[in-house]
Design a binder for this molecule. Structure first.
Ligand code: HMG
Ligand code: MG
Length: 315
């Protein structure tokens, strides 16, 4: 059971008035589940997220099925979403030409390539060096754009890396620029293992601006391993970022970065944004009910503090 508690609204004039939430639960969340979730449950999850007012829901990945078996049903899932409202954007992850061919065959209108700021993670996640992975993405981005498909570029390990430690800002800026120059419409800055703190976020955003990357091309993607995701989001909002990635119920992680835990929970984000008077279009009650339902399917409670508070779920 959920109840309709809402935060008290006290706007901050220094912040944007609207934020677009890029929901990653069905992809970043479910890719990390031990159990394989049935395709029908995934489809219902996405449908419920859209009903809760989320207009961008990252649906799945067209990666090698052996690398991410949890999302090996992309071909079965996408047709089940064909009747969703056409205003709901359903981006999918694509690492290479084979992935793009599979996605285009199913009518995908938005894709995301996913690079790394560090060599160790590029190797672990893509079996390539950083530059080899950029070379793999370039023709994919060009072909997607040629087909009228929007392209997001993720960049992982923007703040810290489990093998290499702190990641120099300049190293991140270089790969960001390459992704933009090859034609990505938007870049999502990933704190894959959740080690960032707000000053680091502000420093990276400033460095990107100084290198000619405008804030309106940037999104932020925080994992909440050290409980910093909301604080980091606020730092990004203060910088003018208006696209924030989050995962319903705080599901998530990365199978190729063992220290990664769940993403910033969408409910925790919505509670803060609505309290600040920032509109999102999301119905928090419906969203929470969806995460409680999904927690039931996964057999464990949601780690989101807001989901627990609103649903009286036991921790
Ligand atoms: P590879 O082993 O180097 O692949 O993997 P390859 O290019 O050598 O090809 C080997 C075989 O795989 C070939 O088949 C290909 O056809 C096949 P064969 O000719 O031997 O029969 N193959 C494919 N099959 C289906 N779909 C494909 C595909 N590609 C090749 N797309 C590869 C390279 C990129 C494929 C692999 O490393 C991979 O799939 N990696 C994906 C890892 C992943 O999905 N990680 C999680 C997402 S990233 C993330 O979570 C971070 C993020 O949230 C942001 C953040 O938090 O930081 C986005
Ligand atoms: Mg992630």
């Amino acid at each position: 059971m959920t109840h309709a508690a809402l935060p008290m609204v006290v706007p901050d004039p220094a912040l944007p008035s609207r934020v677009r939430i890029h929901e990653v639960g069905p992809r970043d969340g479910l890719q990390n589940e031990k159990a394989v979730v049935p395709t029908e449950v995934k489809a219902e999850f996405i449908r419920r997220l859209a009903d809760a007012g989320l207009t961008t829901v990252e649906a799945t990945s067209f990666v090698h099925p052996k690398w991410v078996p949890q999302l090996a049903d992309a071909e079965q899932l996408m047709p089940q979403l064909a009747d969703l409202d056409e205003n709901v954007r359903l981006p999918v992850l694509v690492p290479n030409q084979r992935g793009l061919d599979r996605a285009l065959a199913l009518g995908a209108r938005e894709i995301a390539v996913f690079g790394s700021a560090t060599e160790s993670f590029a190797k672990a996640n893509l079996n390539r060096t950083v530059d080899e992975s950029l070379a793999m993405f370039a023709p994919v981005v060009a072909a997607a754009r040629e087909a009228g498909v929007a392209v997001r570029g993720y960049l992982s390990m923007c703040f810290g890396d489990p093998w290499e430690g702190a990641v120099p800002v300049g190293q991140v800026v270089r790969v960001c620029r390459s992704l933009l120059e090859m034609g990505c419409d938007e870049l999502s800055l990933g704190d894959t293992i959740g080690v960032a703190t707000p000053g680091h976020v502000a420093a990276l955003l400033t460095a990107l601006n100084e290198a000619g990357v405008p804030t309106d091309r940037l999104a932020v993607h925080f994992h909440d391993t050290y409980g910093q995701a909301l604080a980091n989001t606020l730092a990004a909002l203060r910088h003018g970022v208006t696209t924030v990635d989050a995962s319903a119920g705080g599901l998530g992680g990365c199978p190729y970065a063992k220290s990664a835990t769940g993403n910033l929970a969408t409910e925790d984000l919505v509670w803060m944004l609505h309290g600040l008077g920032i509109s999102t279009g999301v119905d928090l009650g419906r969203l929470t009910a969806t995460s409680v339902w999904m927690a039931g399917r996964l057999g464990r409670p949601s780690p989101s503090r807001t989901v627990r508070a609103l649903s009286h779920q036991e921790p």
